[in-house]
Design a protein around this ligand. Structure first.
Ligand SMILES: NC(=O)C1=CN([C@@H]2O[C@H](COP(=O)(O)OP(=O)(O)OC[C@H]3O[C@@H](n4cnc5c(N)ncnc54)[C@H](O)[C@@H]3O)[C@@H](O)[C@H]2O)C=CC1
Ligand SMILES: O=C([O-])C1=[NH+]CCC1
Length: 301
């Protein structure tokens, strides 16, 4: 069985190729049976003393002949180690023989940002110039690079609870360090929330009408990143309805109505309402991991 490290993945996985794969995966999952996809909503084990979780994410896709499962741990209070650790096992979809085990940290970082880039392509205004990133961890950085493949930003603003990592990120991406969420999001065209906050950090009064928001954190039913007021007034898109209704505190506690899955917009069966305030609630799907694995294994062989 092949072993693939995150270093190898960093070398071969490029947003230019990953973003189109994510677009295709998101379209397919919204018509899952047409592509022979079996993807249950992930199982999540809660580790209460550490306010942590372990997710198990299997998927089979007949169309792409892929069968994988990801295991991902989420320990948001980690100080020395990163907050997420992921492994993927890929099986031969004809005979079930394991073919590869992948360190999936970089993969998760990149495919999540690539999915937000796809959502932003459809839901944000094409001439979006100002991006605000809330959070300064792994996903903050990857979202800057992935969205920059689609948009020509003239200003990227960063606010985070951790000033040190926010400063470091700003230095790398030539971003503007902000001292509050309110300051960061003022007049922003695209806002990406990538925090481990469990309480809403983004308020309606601070945002420009017509902004597009990628709500990427708060992937548990008792966590929120976006205020209920925004969730109830914006047009809400999700990666997967079933998952959002089970896993997203922003949807469940925010009492949001889901307008569409992003895959329905890609397929043309639902509108991309770019003139309105839009939220893409991302939870992360096993099919996103699966198509990334396929791309990586093709590159490595
Ligand atoms: N939707 C998806 O597919 C995925 C979602 N995620 C989620 O995205 C979020 C970010 O993930 P990573 O970047 O890997 O985590 P990370 O641990 O590297 O970074 C979290 C960041 O949030 C900041 N933060 C925490 N509370 C904050 C607050 N109240 N205000 C401002 N900043 C705050 C921290 O300072 C840190 O910079 C997590 O909630 C994670 O579970 C992660 C992977 C996939
Ligand atoms: O899809 C994913 O890998 C994750 N979603 C939330 C935390 C990790």
């Amino acid at each position: 069985m092949k072993q693939v490290t995150s270093d190898e993945i960093s070398k071969v996985l490029k947003y230019g190729e990953l973003i189109p794969q994510m677009e295709s995966a998101l379209r397919k999952i919204s018509s899952a049976s047409d592509y022979g996809i079996d993807q249950p909503v992930r199982s999540v084990v809660r580790i209460k003393p550490q306010e942590a979780a372990l997710g198990i994410m299997p998927v089979y896709c007949q169309d792409d002949e892929i069968l994988v499962t990801k295991l991902i741990s989420y320990f948001p209070n980690n100080k020395i180690h990163p907050s997420h650790h992921a492994l993927i096992i890929a099986f031969n979809s004809q005979n079930g023989v394991p073919i590869a085990i992948l360190d999936a940290d970089v993969l998760t970082e990149m495919r999540t940002a690539a999915a937000s880039a796809v959502a932003s392509k459809y839901l944000a205004k094409p001439d979006s110039k100002i991006m605000a990133i809330i959070g300064s961890g792994v996903q903050a950085k990857s979202h800057y690079y992935a969205l920059s493949e689609i948009f020509q930003f003239t200003e990227v603003r960063v606010y985070s609870r951790n000033t040190q990592t926010a400063e470091r990120l700003c230095k790398e991406i030539k971003g503007v360090l902000c001292t509050s969420v309110k300051e960061a999001v003022k007049d922003a065209d695209i806002i990406t929330t990538v925090t481990s906050s469990t309480k809403p950090i983004l308020q309606q009064d601070w945002i420009k009408p017509g902004v597009h928001i990628n709500a990427v954190g708060a992937c548990l039913p008792d966590s929120q990143e976006i205020s209920s007021e925004i969730m109830q007034s914006a047009v809400v898109y999700v990666d997967n309805r079933e998952a959002a209704l089970k896993e997203s505190g922003d949807v469940i506690l925010g009492k949001a109505e889901i307008y569409a899955e992003i895959g329905e917009v890609i397929a043309g069966s639902k509108e991309s309402k770019t003139s309105e305030t839009t939220v893409f609630k991302s939870l992360g799907l096993a099919i996103e991991d699966a198509v990334s694995v396929k791309l990586i294994l093709e590159k490595l062989t």
